[in-house]
Ligand binder design. Sequence first.
Ligand code: ATP
Ligand code: MG
Length: 270
Amino acid sequence: MDTVAVRLTALRRRHGPLTALDGVDLEVRAGIFVAVMGPSGSGKSTLLQCAAGLDRPTSGTVEVGGTELTGLSERRLTLLRRERIGFVFQAFNLLPSLSAAQNIALPLRLAGRRPSRTEIRGALARVGLADRAAHRPGELSGGQQQRVALARALVSRPAVLFGDEPTGALDTGTSRQVLGLLRGLVDQEGQTTVMVTHDPVAASYADRVVFLVDGRITSELRAPGAGAVAERMAALESTTGGDGGRGAGGDRAAGGDRAARVGSDQEHGR
Ligand SMILES: Nc1ncnc2c1ncn2[C@@H]1O[C@H](COP(=O)(O)OP(=O)(O)OP(=O)(O)O)[C@@H](O)[C@H]1O
Ligand SMILES: [Mg+2]
């Protein structure tokens, strides 16, 4: 039987008069890789932050790994985030003075656990960095730093891994490596993953791509190729003017030329 790893019901998030999420319903089955796309300002980060317990919705409910988040106290929510939820950001957010191994150990230490060497080595090995344990972030490439961040997010064996544009700061080749790694974690370990991305090629690594417009999920594609995703995005952006028509934070309304670039990019043939 399928289990639901994430369930969002009638999710709304307002900032004063602005509605960032306007009634989102979404179920993510365990062991599935979902990409979230949409024009800049459409609410993707807000959706992810609410789903990961980093932000509180104005109304509606969030369930992760069978636990309803919305009623939890701050303390319980923090514990649940540490134990059940992994999060990677576009900026890797590693502590520069700590080694890769120490960065990975940090969330467990914060949870009052003393991680074993085997556990940390295992986490590094899962992201292909077994030989970089002692390196500091400044001694690692961008892709390697993101892989350390990924190992840190995965070390607690979270029910769900969330990524907000995790490949947004990486070049094409490095980005594909990280995406291949994410895909492998889903396929080999059943790691439920929800990733926001602007890149149709990145989205094509997912099993499902959901499209957000003006704080609502308007459509979705199942296991699409990059071309189909780029086409859908171009269509959305031509109807919304590239910024959800709301003018807020739209400095990256780059969907058009992104789609054009991706048009010639080969699908990765997973
Ligand atoms: N803390 C906040 N205060 C006020 N408005 C906010 C806040 N956070 C987000 N918003 C607004 O909510 C809307 C959705 O923002 P969000 O960051 O979720 O968009 P996004 O889809 O992730 O965009 P991008 O692709 O540019 O990252 C935007 O109009 C944004 O300006
Ligand atoms: Mg965002």
